[in-house]
Ligand binder design. Sequence first.
Ligand code: PLP
Length: 472
Amino acid sequence: METLRTAFDAAHFREEGHKVVDLLANLLAQVQAGQGPVLPWTPPPSELAHWERRMAEPPQRVAEFVGEFVERSIRLHHPHYLGHQVCAPAPAAALAGLAAELLNNGMAVYEMGPAANALERWIIGRTCAVLGLSPGDGFLTSGGTLATLTALLAARSRVLGEETLEEGTDRRWAVIASEEGHYCTARAVQVMGWGRAGLVTVPTDERFKLRVDLLPAALAEAERRGRRPVALVACACSTSTGSYDDLPALADFCAQHGLWFHVDGAHGAAVAFCPELKDRIAGIERADSAIVDFHKLLLTPALATAVLFREPAASWAAFHLRAQYLFAENERDPWRDSGRRTYECTKLSMSAKIAAIWRTSGEELWREHLRTVHALARDFARMLRARPPFEVAVEPESNIVCFRMRPPGMDEAAVDARNALARQRVIESGRFYIVQTKLRGRVWLRTALMNPFTTTDHLAAMLDAVEAAGTA
Ligand SMILES: Cc1ncc(COP(=O)(O)O)c(C=O)c1O
C-alpha cells in the first residue's frame, strides 16, 4: 500500500509538478535562445543500451526521470528545428494537455468527458465555418492518417451504399490521388481491401501539383484495371513540397463524375485561419470531406485532427448504418457521445489542448504564426537562389522548402550522395535538424519551417553547416 499511497499523494504531485514545470520552463528559455543541441544525437543501439541500463536501476523521482528524458529528446522549440511537420506546441496548450492527461476523460461517451465533448462540438463548428464547409459537421480523431481512413470509409459507404458496412466489398473499386499524396491514402485503400491497384495516381506538373488534364487518363487507367473510382483525394498541401492542388478544378471533375471529393488539408488547411493565405485553399468549401491537423501548423501538441464533412449526415457514414444515424439525428444532442462516429473507443481529450489556444490567445496566434513561417519560407527560397551551388526545388507556397547543393558538372548520383551525406553529418552534429525527400527519384533536402522564432540568420548558418558537411 505504501507504494500506491506515495504514487497518488497530492502533496508529492504538487512538489514534483513544480519541479517538472520549472525544468520545462528552463528548457524552453534555453532552447528558444538557440542554446544547446536541437537533437542530442546518439546512435539507436547506444540509446537503447542507455535506457536498458537505466530501467534496471532502483526507482527515482519523477522530476529526475523527466529531466533525463528531456535531456535526450529532440527540441522542437529550438530555432534550429527545421525538420518534420510537427509543431513546437504553444505552452498553454501543453499545460491543458497535462490536465487532460491527469483527468484521463475517455470521452467516447458524454459522461466520460462532458467538457471535452462540448468543447469538441464547438471546435468542429468553428472550424467548419472558417473552412466554409456549410452546414458541416465532424469530429476530432487521432491524427491525419486515421482521419484519412475515416473520411474514405465514409466515402465508400456513401458511394457504394451502406450495406458495405455489413457485407464488406469486393475489389472493383479505386481511389484517385496525386502521385505526391501522403502515403496515408494508399494505406487507407489497402485497409479497405482494395490493394495496391486500388490507388490510381495522377502525375504532377513542374510545381508538383496534380495535373488536372491527366484526370481522364486516370479514369481510363482505373477502367483498364477493372476498377471504378469512388473518391478523389486532393493535396492542400502536399507533404514533400507544400504544393496546393487546384481545388476548384478537382471539385468540378468530382461533380462531373460522381466522385467523393476529399481534401487532405492535414498540413495546409490551417491557412484558413490567415486571411492573406486563405486563397490557397479556395474550393475546399466544395469538399465532401476534409481533414486538418491541429498538431502541424496550429501549435497543438500531437495528436489532434479534425475530420470534417460538408453534409452533416455524412459524418456518421464511416461506421454507422443509416437507421442508426437517422436515429441520432432525431436525438436532441446527437454529438454528445463523440465515440460513436470515430474509430477510437477511448479517446484523448484533444479538444482541451486546442481550446486552450482559442481561450488564451485566440485565432490571432495562428494568424501571426502562419504569416511568420510563410514569409520565412519565401525569404529562405530567395536566399537559396542567391547562393550557388544551392538550388530550390520550387517556389514555396507553404512553409516547406526543398533544396539541395548541385555543384556544376556533378552527375545526379553524386549530387544525391553528397546531399544525403551532408544531412546525416549535420543532424548527427546536433546543431540543426533537417530532413530529406525524393523528388522525381532524386534526393532533396527538406525543411518545414515550423518554428516562428527561426530567422534568416539561423537558416544562413544551417546552409553554412550543410555546405561544410558536404565538402568535408
Ligand atoms: C499531407 C499530409 N497528410 C496526412 C499526413 C498524416 O498525418 P498524421 O501524421 O497526423 O497521421 C501528413 C503527415 O505529415 C501529411 O503531410
